[in-house]
Write a protein that binds this ligand. Structure first.
Ligand SMILES: [Zn+2]
Ligand SMILES: [Zn+2]
Length: 262
């Protein structure tokens, strides 16, 4: 989404780190972020903001009403900035608010989203049998993934190793109970998250907030739901869930073959 800085201090980008800190009663000392007063008061609505970037994890955000005022002027200036009445939020409150925003789906839009999730889950369920029926992945005592090659390798069995080409979908934290899309996980190498933006594009085309919001409260079922959508969008042949430090990494398997065929 088109965006410009709402506040001189973000535009200037010259302030020291200390100037970008804010003390929050809930989160302690955190990074300063800027949102319109409507999002600050009620985050459960669509957020108009850029996607997080490695050098800008909390882009300025505003609500739909403010976005009309923004588009009218094509920028934030003295004619429309009163509408937004920019508020400072700590980055923890920003993350919490944005995470809650997915809850605005209701009525027919919610029904359409749930139907889409159901369709993708059924499709993935029918695909998953390939892992056991055709490739018996359970007979491999070990697996390793290599982000640089975007490969998941099953090995240690009497039969040739299995090589899967994968795309990481996201991570499910069983500590914070959150889902984080791989497109916003800048600690992952590019080869395992080079295709996932196509899933976000489906979210943009259909106004599916769960595909657009970088991180939201979730359980393992949500992880599989998002992975089933990614498998469908990316034309995957199956999906895989691997344990990680704080939960699980979900991946789409794009291709699967024995090492002897590689
Ligand atoms: Zn607003
Ligand atoms: Zn806070």
């Amino acid at each position: 989404m088109q965006n410009t800085a709402m506040n001189e201090s973000t535009a200037a980008n010259s302030a020291s780190d200390e100037d970008n800190q804010i003390s929050c009663d809930t989160h302690g000392c955190r990074h300063t972020t800027f949102v319109c007063r409507h999002l600050a008061a009620d985050p459960v609505q669509p957020w108009y903001c850029d996607y997080p970037a490695e050098d800008n994890p909390w882009p300025d955000a505003w609500c739909g009403e403010c976005n009309l005022a923004y588009e009218r002027e094509g920028e934030w200036n003295e004619l429309n900035s009163d509408v937004a009445d920019i508020q400072l939020l700590c980055s923890g409150c920003y993350d919490d608010g944005l995470a809650k925003s997915v809850g605005y789906l209701a009525g027919d839009a919610l029904i359409a989203w749930e139907a889409y999730v159901d369709d993708c889950c059924q499709s993935l369920n029918s695909k998953q049998s390939i892992l056991q029926d055709d490739f018996q992945i359970n007979q491999y005592p070990r697996w390793d993934y290599d982000q640089a090659t975007a490969q998941l390798v099953f090995s240690g069995a009497d039969v040739p190793d299995l090589i899967a080409d994968v795309e990481f979908v996201g991570t499910l934290s069983t500590v914070s109970h959150t889902w984080k899309w791989s497109w916003t996980n800048f600690s992952l190498l590019a080869p395992v998250r080079s295709r996932i933006n196509a899933v976000r594009a489906v979210g943009e085309a259909n106004n599916y907030p769960h595909l657009l919001v970088p991180l939201w409260h979730a359980d393992q079922a949500d992880g599989w739901h998002m992975t089933s959508i990614a498998t469908d969008v990316l034309g995957g042949i199956a999906a895989y869930r691997a344990p990680s430090d704080n939960g699980y990494i979900f991946m789409v398997i794009l291709d699967l073959r024995h090492a002897s065929q590689a």
